[in-house]
Design a binder for this molecule. Sequence first.
Ligand code: ADP
Ligand code: MG
Length: 350
Amino acid sequence: MAGHSLVELPAQTIRLLGSGQVITSVYSVVKELVENSFDAGCTSIDIKLEGYGLEKIEICDNGHGIKIQDIPYVAKRHYTSKLVTAEDMQSLETYGFRGEALASLCSVSQVTIATKTAEDEVCHIYDVDSEGNIKGKKPSCLGTGTTVTARNLFFNLPVRKQFYYGSQRKKEDLKKIEDLLIVYGIIRPQMRISLRHDRDLVWQKIQTSDTKGAIQSALSRQVFSQLICVEKSMEEQQGSVCAYIPKPGSDVKLMSRSTADRTLIVVNERPVHIKELLKVLKQYYCNCHGCDTSRFPICYVHVKLPTADVDVNVDPNKTTVFLKHLIEVRTFLEELLLKIYGPLDNVPSW
Ligand code: ADP
Ligand code: MG
């Protein structure tokens, strides 16, 4: 614009602009906080939403808690306990690494953090301001672990708040949250998870000892009974694929959907979107079951690869990943599907 001189944006504006991209929805808050709980080694997570999460989001875990000396930095941007050098990205085993989620959440909502480590005598609840500073502290009776509460989400982003309140989006987000918890529940059989909205139990999963039990608990026994499991290692890429996919002849009504929300694809314990793999799954499933190619099968495909061969730092929400050997992985999956479902009637044009 002519006539205006360059000015440096105030820190608070920069913070709000950045935060709006990390914390885009109630779903993204839940995703970030649940991932923090996993990274803290918990075995149980309770998620409570009020007013579809716009009034209140509370995530309570029984993980290792936050040490007293770390509290002043916990919600400061770019403070993380998970990464030091860029090289650490090569061997990253945690979900988080950017040190942005809590700081971003503080700039778009009112946050309190209750936490206790095994060494602490009592739990404390900390009030955090929009810049991530600790404003107050009081004791609480909670046990070891961490509870993060975010109230009044997007109070300072009125357009986004309006967008949520006035639309179906908040209901769709609740479904998306459930789908996310389903996939995490299967990735981590030992995890107990519950999701409540305005005190109604929306979904829950019990602790199970293996993937099979986790699928039964997270999806249903009925769905599980229609799946077959194939596990195979990819020698050359030093990886493996473990897939639970519908048996040939499975009930199409029960086992397929018009969206990909239950076509669960996981790379190294991260739920991801890889459209090339989705497409292969869909093609073989639909071809074998004689259904419309717009149907997506309900399935769970877990690809394990050396961490150095997966780039997870592609988008802030970490659902897009780049695989060094994507073509090989796709071919490998295709071969598995070919054995189970038989050849495609029309050969795809890769
Ligand atoms: P990141 O996960 O990328 O490190 P976050 O902003 O999500 O960044 O979290 C900042 C830090 O706060 C984490 O590195 C971790 O040390 C601590 N933290 C956050 N949530 C929890 C939790 N539920 N339990 C224990 N520590 C936590
Ligand atoms: Mg995090």
